[in-house]
Design a binder for this molecule. Structure first.
Ligand code: AHG
Ligand code: MN
Ligand code: MN
Length: 340
């Protein structure tokens, strides 16, 4: 952070949106609301080992996964804050079966909807590793003044207005992207504000780190296995093998990728032909951020952002990060597919 005057996220967002005469300030307000939810979740995350918030909640979510108490807490916090704000017509969450429409007059007259993964990397809560919240903001396509509809939540990523994440790591940061730029804000605990610390983030074109669950190699395609061998060989670009890093929280693995460059992969495999990660809550927002920062995000057969969602909780394979590294893995995949 610079030694000069602190710029809060709110100040920054308002200054940025003033550059657009047609802006009404609703997007700034929405980002502030999401930041507020992030601060409340952060407070709970920071005392996770101290209070009875750790451990299983005893329920399963729509994907049949065990929900943790913090998952539920983060989900409810976001749903309630956005409901009480004037700027959100409805939400869809990884933790809810269906979208939630806010029925009051203010919400029905709002032009945005928000999709989120309230707590990403929840298996890392118990081991004090970084976790996060991921969000995606769309302009609704349904009629203003009426309740939102499912179509508002089934828009492709290339229609996103903004997307971002909050990482509860060694410090807490909120990173958000608009079409113009990606900026990172670190929570300054003494004033309780996110302050600009990482202006105009750019993902390096090349990287030295590959990140995926290599334990699944036996289930990967021939092209993927060939690419992994390439990563482990002394390659031409680096004259040494790439380093492997995998935290198992997409937010944390992507935050590193955004700052240091590299590639993050969750591919299709023999048992999951669409991989594991969810298009609308994880892949689209991360793809939007990475593309706004100059990187690339592919499903292996096209841009993540161009996938037309057909259902709320759909999954897609993802190859995301430094442009040249993504292009390289795509070469491997295509070559093997052509042979097959
Ligand atoms: P979530 O906690 O929201 O369910 O997401 C977990 C995701 C993602 O954060 C991470 O990249 C991936 O699951 C890890 O999966 P594996 O354990 O299969 O590697
Ligand atoms: Mn997740
Ligand atoms: Mn989650």
């Amino acid at each position: 952070m610079s030694q000069g005057k602190l710029i809060t996220m709110d100040e920054f967002t308002i200054q940025e949106t003033r550059k657009f005469p047609q802006a009404t300030g609703e997007l700034s307000a929405l980002l502030r609301d999401i930041g507020l939810a992030g601060k409340i979740v952060n407070k709970q995350v920071r005392k996770a080992g101290l209070v009875d918030i750790l451990g299983a909640h005893g329920a399963t979510n729509v994907q049949g996964e065990e929900q943790m108490k913090l998952d539920v807490f983060a989900n409810e916090t976001l749903i309630n804050i956005l409901k009480n704000s004037n700027d959100c017509a409805g939400i869809a969450s990884e933790e809810n079966d269906n979208h939630v429409c806010y029925e009051d007059t203010f919400s029905a007259n709002s032009k945005y909807v928000v999709l989120f993964d309230p707590l990403d990397g929840s298996s890392n809560i118990d081991v004090n590793a970084p976790i996060g919240t991921i969000f995606a903001i769309y302009r609704r396509v349904s009629e203003m003044g009426k309740p939102c509809t499912e179509a508002d939540f089934l828009q492709p990523g290339n229609r996103l207005m903004a997307a971002g994440y909050i990482i509860y790591g060694s410090s807490t940061m909120m990173v958000y992207a608009t079409r113009i730029s990606v900026n990172g804000f670190t929570l300054e605990p003494s004033i309780g504000e996110f302050c600009l610390s990482h202006p105009n983030m750019k993902v390096p074109e090349n990287g030295k780190i590959y990140s995926l669950n290599q334990g699944n190699t036996i289930k990967y395609s021939e092209g993927m296995v060939a690419y992994l061998n390439y990563c482990m060989e002394s390659n031409k670009e680096e004259n040494r093998p790439y380093s492997h890093r995998y935290i198992g929280s997409m937010v944390a693995d992507m935050h590193r990728t955004l700052i240091k460059g590299g590639i993050f992969i969750y591919p299709a495999d023999k048992s999951n032909k669409n991989g594991k990660l969810r298009l609308q809550y994880e892949c689209n927002p991360m793809a939007f951020i990475v593309e706004a920062a100059g990187g690339k995000a592919s499903t292996g057969y096209g841009n993540v952002l161009d996938v037309q969602p057909t259902e709320l909780h759909q999954r897609v394979p993802i190859f995301i990060g430094s442009k040249n590294m993504v292009n390289k893995v795509l070469e491997y995949i295509k070559e093997k597919e052509t042979v097959a």
